[in-house]
Ligand binder design. Structure first.
Ligand code: ADP
Ligand code: MG
Length: 299
């Protein structure tokens, strides 16, 4: 008889734990086509008014695109590319600053001045083609901005900032392969019910979603640049969308993809494109400058 209260307490605790572990976390997902790619955000722990937060977030993403897009003729970047004197907004100013620094750090291999060349190849249009030698020479002589190599990384940082400022504690942002995580992945309602986010690195040689490796992180971004993202085929030849500014042709080398993990999406994005171009050995001295960032190559 004396043990009964203890037994009851035990049963009570057990049912309490079973009840809570059976309630899964209510997730909120939002998806848009933005930056010429599918952008998805999944929130595992956030405020009640997530719909409002998402609205605010996508408005800001539209604003960034309006500033830095090369293909939107009303953007700041387009005005600069036409040689107009315009007031430079803070997004474009930031893109110029980051891109110019990486241009210097990579001896011009990472180049924000390839706008004309990218246009000639039709990269990102779904209607890619191989330009003539003359077109390539002409395009290389022009200096038009294209921030395709860092724009999505920057946008994902801004998305993460907006989510955090609005009370989101656990989320994953995926802007066309540019991934940013907030906190740990929440798996249940109690504070210990959480795990790392698992981000798969796709096999570049497979057209299915096979993973060659899984990166496990919390509060970090994971960005991949590779031949499979936006690559295209002409007459049986596979071309990548990352161009070598010295030749005007898609970069060729042993690297199939470079995945960078670190705290800022924009730096991960700049580094992943740079490391793809530089290769494993060529990247070593660059990576020494960024001790909080690491790279995984698929060769
Ligand atoms: P993704 O856009 O697939 O995420 P990246 O971040 O590697 O891949 O960026 C590739 C984009 O960067 C291209 O689509 C093009 O807009 C631009 N680009 C191409 N070649 C270069 C280069 N050598 N340096 C900087 N940007 C480049
Ligand atoms: Mg990049």
């Amino acid at each position: 008889m004396k043990l009964l209260p203890k037994k009851l307490l035990f049963l009570f605790l057990l049912s309490f734990i079973l009840f809570f572990s059976s309630c899964s976390v209510k997730t909120a997902t939002s998806q848009r086509f933005c930056f010429n790619t599918f952008c998805t955000i999944t929130v595992y722990q956030g405020p009640e008014n997530m719909d409002e937060v998402f609205e605010k977030l996508w408005l800001r993403m539209t604003e960034i695109e309006k500033h830095i897009s090369r293909t939107d003729e009303n953007s700041t970047v387009s005005a600069l590319n036409r040689g107009e004197r315009v007031e430079i907004d803070t997004d474009t100013a930031y893109m110029i600053r980051v891109a110019e620094e990486f241009y210097a750090l990579t001896d011009g291999l990472f180049s924000p001045y390839l706008g004309s060349l990218i246009e000639k190849w039709g990269i990102g249009t779904g209607d890619e083609r191989v330009p003539t030698e003359e077109e390539i020479r002409g395009a290389l002589a022009e200096r038009k901005y294209d921030f395709g190599a860092i724009g999505k990384g920057y946008a994902s940082d801004e998305a993460a900032r907006i989510l955090k400022e609005n009370g989101v504690k656990s989320a994953i942002i995926n802007f066309g392969g540019n991934v940013c995580t907030i906190g740990y992945k929440k798996t249940g309602p109690l504070s210990f019910m959480k795990t790392l986010f698992s981000i798969g690195i796709r096999d570049p040689l497979s057209d299915r979603a096979d993973y060659v490796k899984v990166v496990k992180v919390h509060d970090l971004c994971v960005v991949t640049s590779g031949i499979y993202e936006r690559s295209f085929e002409v007459d049986g030849v596979l071309y990548g969308h990352i161009l070598n500014p010295y030749t005007g042709y898609p970069a060729e080398g042993e690297v199939l993809s470079a995945t960078v993990t670190g705290p800022l999406g924009v730096i991960c994005d700049a580094l992943s494109t740079s490391c793809f171009l530089l290769g494993p050995e060529g990247s070593e001295s660059l990576l020494e400058l960024f001790p909080d960032y690491s790279v995984e190559f698929v060769l």
